[in-house]
Structures are given as structure tokens and as C-alpha cells.
Ligand binder design. Structure first.
Ligand code: ZN
Length: 131
């Protein structure tokens, strides 16, 4: 990872990651001019648009923000694409609850599993570190 080349007046170097097409980070004042900053932003925006899937390919579906949003999103994906995976249930909450409980049970059963052969890090440690 390359870090920003900006050095402040006290001689401290910026440690932020560089953005695409630049030797500097996302902070405007780290650029020599506003024009240079805007030119880099336009290039970064073009890079993002060219390298990601068009927003037109997505349907935004509002869901409850009750702490189970990831499971609700998975439930919505199953409901929306039921022609791909056959499901009888169409109630988002019931599917989300089922997914959450199934995943919880699987994690509890496999909590000592290493997430990678190269890294000494268990599923249990990862869950604790990410919640
Ligand atoms: Zn910077």
C-alpha cells in the first residue's frame, strides 16, 4: 500500500493511503492546488465508474435497521431471485431469522476452525473482533 506523499510544515508525513491516479490521499489540503485535487477526483470518479457495476443494475429495497440488516438483505435477495433458488417462504423477517440462526449455529459448531491455513486465526476470534 502506498501512502500519501504530503509532508506538513512540522515535517510529519501523511500516512493515509493514496487514491487512484495520485501520489496523495483524499485530503484536499494535501494537494498543491484545488485544480489538481479536482482533476484527481474526476479521474478517481471515472476509475470507480469504469471498474464497478452500474447502479442501474441494482434495486434499492428499504429494510428495517434492527441490527439484522445483513440477514434481511440476504432474505430480500432470496425473495427477489426465487426463480434461482426455490423458496416457499416470502416473509423477510422469517427468512432473516432462519438465516441468522442457521449461521449462528454453524459458527458455534465450527468456532475453532482456522479461517486460513496461513493465518492462526479462528472463526471465533474473527467474530469477536468484528462485533
Ligand atoms: Zn495525505
Amino acid at each position: 500500500m502506498h501512502t500519501c506523499s504530503f509532508i506538513n510544515k512540522q515535517g510529519k508525513k501523511c500516512d493515509n493511503k493514496v487514491i487512484e491516479y495520485s501520489e496523495k490521499c483524499h485530503i484536499k489540503s494535501h494537494y498543491d492546488s484545488i485544480e489538481e485535487f479536482q482533476r484527481i477526483l474526476k479521474l478517481s470518479e471515472k476509475y470507480f465508474i469504469d471498474s464497478t457495476i452500474l447502479l442501474d443494475n441494482y434495486i434499492v429495497i428499504p429494510i428495517l435497521s434492527d441490527g439484522a440488516c445483513a440477514y434481511r438483505c440476504m432474505a430480500q435477495a432470496l425473495i427477489t431471485h426465487k426463480q434461482i433458488i426455490e423458496i416457499d417462504e416470502t416473509d423477510e423477517t422469517k427468512i432473516a431469522d432462519f438465516l441468522q440462526q442457521s449461521i449462528r449455529e454453524w459458527i458455534m459448531k465450527n468456532k475453532d476452525m482456522k479461517i486460513s491455513a496461513e493465518i492462526d486465526y479462528t472463526l471465533e476470534q474473527m467474530v469477536v473482533d468484528t462485533h
